[in-house]
Design a binder for this molecule. Structure first.
Ligand code: CUA
Length: 179
């Protein structure tokens, strides 16, 4: 049976300590560089709206109100006016026309959003024309009219009542603010 012989100590004690310290510094430097690289990768490749990908699409924004509530549609004819984000980049806009105003009168969506308009008349006969688009549809009581438009560019997009409906017809309008 042979006993393994120990390697003779060839390095002086001081030199070895210096070598250990340098090795530790290299490890720390490599770790710092690796972390920096990781941060750069995250900043470049993770979209800035990454939180949206994990959120429940339930935010309802009513202009002039800070109230946010979940809105499972109670039924197409009872659905309250307002804007709901139904998926990242997609909004459901419930519009109701009365004599002589729309509700809501103003909505906001981010640029690049697809807006699904779900519209009806709450009173008599009206229409919806989104200026600058081919969308012009009648709005009648007890029926829902739908239209979809993608708002690519930031700006303000006006809509008006497209059917003559009486004294207040010319005042019936609203706008989409694309941010
Ligand atoms: Cu409402 Cu014209």
């Amino acid at each position: 049976m042979t006993v393994p012989t120990r390697e003779p100590e060839t390095q002086p004690e001081r030199g070895r300590n210096l070598g250990d310290a340098l090795g530790a510094m290299y490890v720390v430097a490599a770790a710092v560089m690796g972390l920096g690289f990781l941060i750069v990768v995250v900043l470049i490749f993770v979209p800035s709206d990454w939180r949206e990908m994990f959120e429940e699409p339930s935010d309802v924004y009513v202009p002039g109100s800070t109230e946010v509530f979940s809105a499972p549609p109670p039924g197409p004819l009872e659905e309250p006016p307002g804007v709901t984000r139904i998926a990242p980049g997609q909004y459901r806009v419930v519009l109701v026309a009365y004599n002589w105003e729309f509700e809501p009168k103003e909505i906001r969506v981010p640029a690049g959003s697809e807006a699904h308009f779900v519209m009806r008349s709450g009173q008599d006969y009206h229409g919806f024309a989104l200026i600058g688009t081919p969308i012009t549809v009648p709005l009648v009581a007890n029926a829902v009219t739908e239209a979809t438009h993608v708002f690519d560019e930031p700006g303000e997009y006006l809509w008006v009542c497209s059917e003559y409906c009486g004294a207040g017809h010319a005042t019936m309008q609203g706008k989409v603010i694309v941010e």
